[in-house]
Design a protein around this ligand. Sequence first.
Ligand SMILES: [Zn+2]
Length: 446
Amino acid sequence: MLILVLAGGVVWRGLAKRHRRAALAPAAATTLAESMAHPGHPDEAETIIEALRSDLAVHRKLILLFADEADLRGPARDAAMSAGHQLHHERMDLVAQLDDTLTVLTAQSADQRDPVVSIVLDWMERDPEVLELDRLAFRDPLRVLQHGLAQDASPEGMVLKTRITQDLAEVDRIESLVESEYRQVFGGPGRPAQGGERRRWNDYVKALKSLYPEVGTEAPSPIPPASSQVVRREINGQAFPEKVLVLSFDDGPHRVYTEEIKAILQRYQAPAVFFEVGRNIGAADASGAVKLAPLSALTEDLVKSGYTVGNHSYTHALLSKETGKPLDTEIGETDAVLRAIPGAHSQLFRFPYGARTGVQMQALEPYHLRSVLWNIDSLDWADPVPGSVADRVIRAVEEEKRGIILFHDIHDRAGKVLPSLMERLQSEGYRFAGLDANGELVLPPR
Ligand SMILES: [Zn+2]
């Protein structure tokens, strides 16, 4: 048994068996779905913890993959991106099921719900396998639980909500430690760098390296770059006028974060495009009949508030590997679902991971869709440090001077960095523009 004492005073005992189990296993997702056939069953807590453990493993591996990001160039960077995308992809299914499971759980009666939630929170709060900085990975599931309990005013519900609020406060505390360490080393707006090292963060990365020595060494082959012919037909923001930026948010809608991001955008009167994954909002059968899912109400709300919604495939598949009917379904089913939501359909399509060749571009044509990519990647899906995400965007904006910024509305990250980022960019003369349903740039009034 290996014992590590981290800077934060957290003692961690890593069991080799646990490491293996922590590897993201598709089996965990299946069991999760199956367990919902018996809500409130004692095994349910263990199933949820297993899913959280798998999610944590991905979170840790993403941190490792991009730990040396500043030194990553050329093929090494492409390989890290590709490995990261693969992890992100595996995580999406898991998180979608986890969010659904937690939401269903919160709606159960207190005597069914509370023992399960309690075991899950116990694990998050004090399981020895959880490192102090790991808790950053628990914000999203805690927010989903909090959201599910929002309307519960019973005494039992209040007790649970208080505990979740305290757990979130602990996540905030850790995040601000990591953030202030980052700002001390790199400086920030109006704050000079003071040097030193990110001791807490570096200790964490070191601990993760010993847990996952394989990360970064066995990178999958990168997604091949699209031909110049393909690229010419796309919108990626590089042809925008100088100092014009378009914000885009992918992979939603999300029951917690989409509305939060919308509120921030409204505060800054900034337009944006939301590229949504079709299965989040509904399904279409062979005859084309559409059944909308509950989250489609969020899509409808975005549209009513003036935001453009685009198609981000049906299951967020790596479409460069798809052809024929499966490829057509990925595009067409989301197209049909969006058409069923008043005002939501547009000509905008974003390939998951930007993965496409001429074949996939061709497949957009029957639907009259245009491919929209990005030239500024926040990496908000891989980086839990807000300052680091914001700096990455600033650096890329300074280099590109215009373009489309990629964020995601399925984590808290974008909402965290947006207010200060938008203020800074606006003060430097950047303007936030929109894309209309035809993909035409809509400039804000001067
Ligand atoms: Zn995506």
